[in-house]
Design a protein around this ligand. Structure first.
Ligand code: SAM
Length: 217
């Protein structure tokens, strides 16, 4: 997907499909963010979460591999008078944090860009940047339906997406399922735990959306 090109329409499309504000509040309450904390968001996209987090903590590092998404997010932060976010070009595998251990790391709908082996490396990198007891929130397209029934499950999900967000978005979900690296819930759980996290809460929604609220051991 060309994220540089879709930045301006991204928020509008996502709002038809997700409860963005509800998601943000759910994550912020799990993270127990304090005013002196610093937080990293990986794959920030248009920065909706980073902007909300920046109002509650000392510094947010918002990284993405798409300069177009970052520029869009940066302009939004300037428009809202928020100055404690560092927008940086960087990815799951290439970003290394040099400003001291982080209190929290968040990534939403982004890790599926990596095949499973590289998800494991990304999670080890994430663990190395967090302080002990630091929190990780990971949300992504993760498959928790019965693979024996995959055709019916995918058909049901795509037609629900069509109803909620229209044919363009349903088409992009079809392409996601065919070409991207969403994995199964039990694999994702193993990858997270093997990187040194305890999963404190896990939710699977509609067989396609996984949320993992974790603490570094
Ligand atoms: C579907 S968007 C999600 C944006 C935002 N986190 C959200 O919840 O709406 C995926 C984002 O991940 C970014 N991305 C893709 N591969 C990445 C990687 N290897 N490292 C970091 N970000 C990546 C894309 O540029 C894009 O902005």
């Amino acid at each position: 997907m060309d994220f540089d090109a879709i930045a301006p329409s991204y928020d509008r499309n996502m709002q038809r499909f997700r409860d963005i504000q509800g998601e943000i509040e759910e994550i912020l309450s799990f993270l127990e963010i304090k005013p002196h904390h610093s937080l990293l968001e990986i794959g920030t996209g248009t920065g909706e979460f980073a902007l909300a987090a920046a109002r509650r903590c000392a510094r947010v590092y918002a990284i993405d591999i798409s300069p177009g998404m970052l520029q869009y997010a940066r302009e939004k932060s300037q428009g809202q008078g928020i100055s404690n976010i560092s927008f940086l070009v960087g990815g799951f595998l290439t970003y290394h944090h040099h400003d001291g251990p982080l209190d929290a790391i968040v990534s939403q709908i982004a890790m599926h860009h990596l095949p499973d082996f590289w998800k494991q490396i990304a999670l080890l990198n994430i663990a190395s940047m967090l302080r002990p007891g630091g929190r990780l929130c990971l949300r992504d397209i993760v498959y928790s339906f019965d693979p024996g029934d995959y055709e019916r499950q995918i058909e049901r999900f795509i037609s629900k997406t069509m109803e909620k967000a229209g044919p363009g978005f349903a088409q992009s979900m079809t392409s996601h399922i065919n070409k991207e690296f969403s994995t199964m819930d039990w694999i994702m759980r193993g990858l997270i735990e093997r990187a040194g996290f305890v999963i404190e809460r896990e939710e699977q929604k509609e067989g396609f959306l996984g949320l993992y609220l974790c603490k570094k051991i």
